[in-house]
Design a protein around this ligand. Structure first.
Ligand code: IPE
Ligand code: IPE
Ligand code: MG
Length: 258
């Protein structure tokens, strides 16, 4: 029984050793998908999948911090997820509060700052309050910024941005000719984050589901069939190794880069 565990550990170490630490993605974003299907495969209710998904969150956060990734953004609840059955939404919100309470220590121990993006005022009071507390408690941490996308939708974010800029134009704070990409960036929920370098989606679905549409303009996309509760540090290392094999040309030719 012990051999596979040891083998897996050695394998894990090998994978980690294959990562070039001087070429890490600065910002990794993850669409954590497949909790429901994971539970269903086990003959369990969807909530069981969500509960187990929190373990994958902890492992991923730790692995990113250990490697030296500076920004990790996790899609935890979308604007569209409000349309799920009431009970499931309630379970997700309850899990969020309990995870925040439980993981504050992991965040402090690892010097991680928590932030959140999304239409946060739509979250239940309890969630909003807990979130604000953890954000305040970890605001001086500087090893990594962990951002939770909650009640987040990219279109809602862009709408909000357009409204905020329009109000400033109306009040003559910004002149329309001056509107450029940096002004848009400064009004997005992600104003304090750099563009995404690597976007990972688990569960085999190959779509973006309204996540960071503006910010992934030049991200490398990585899709894996692994369901989120099965996602381990090893899977993360695999994604980063694949990322490091890609040539990011940003419109230029390969020759120009070398
Ligand atoms: C991801 O897993 C969690 C959230 C979207 C909140 P799902 O709940 O979407 O699981 P599947 O995709 O139905 O398997
Ligand atoms: C995307 O997953 C949202 C989160 C992971 C929070 P969904 O399961 O909601 O996406 P669709 O419905 O498959 O596109
Ligand atoms: Mg899903």
């Amino acid at each position: 029984m012990k051999t596979p565990a040891i083998a897996l550990r050695i394998n894990n170490m090998d994978l980690k050793e294959n990562i070039q630490l001087n070429r890490l993605p600065k910002h990794i974003a993850i669409i954590m998908d497949g909790n429901g299907r994971w539970a269903k495969q086990k003959g369990m209710v969807r909530a069981f999948g969500h509960e187990n998904g929190t373990e994958s969150v902890r492992k991923t956060v730790e692995a990113c911090a250990e490697l030296g990734v500076q920004y990790l953004t996790l899609y935890a609840f979308s604007t569209e997820n409000w349309n799920r059955p009431k009970l499931e939404v309630k379970t997700l919100m309850r899990l969020l509060v309990s995870s925040l309470k439980k993981e504050i220590k992991t965040l402090q121990d690892n010097n991680i700052k928590l932030s959140a993006i999304g239409n946060l005022s739509t979250l239940p009071k309890k969630v909003h309050k807990e979130l604000k507390e953890v954000i305040a408690d970890t605001k001086s941490n500087e090893r990594m910024t962990l951002t939770l996308a909650l009640s987040y939708g990219s279109r809602e974010e862009l709408l909000n941005t357009v409204k905020e800029i329009s109000i400033k134009v109306k009040n003559s704070i910004i002149s329309p000719e001056k509107i450029d990409e940096s002004i848009i960036n400064e009004h997005l929920y992600t104003r304090n984050l750099p563009d995404v370098d690597l976007l990972i989606r688990t569960s085999g679905e190959q779509r973006i589901s309204n996540f960071l549409l503006w910010q992934i303009a030049y991200a490398e996309l990585y899709f894996t069939s692994t369901l989120w509760p099965d996602f381990t540090k090893q899977h993360l290392y695999e994604a980063i190794i694949e990322y490091q094999k890609r040539e990011r040309r940003f419109g230029k030719t390969s020759e120009q880069l070398s």
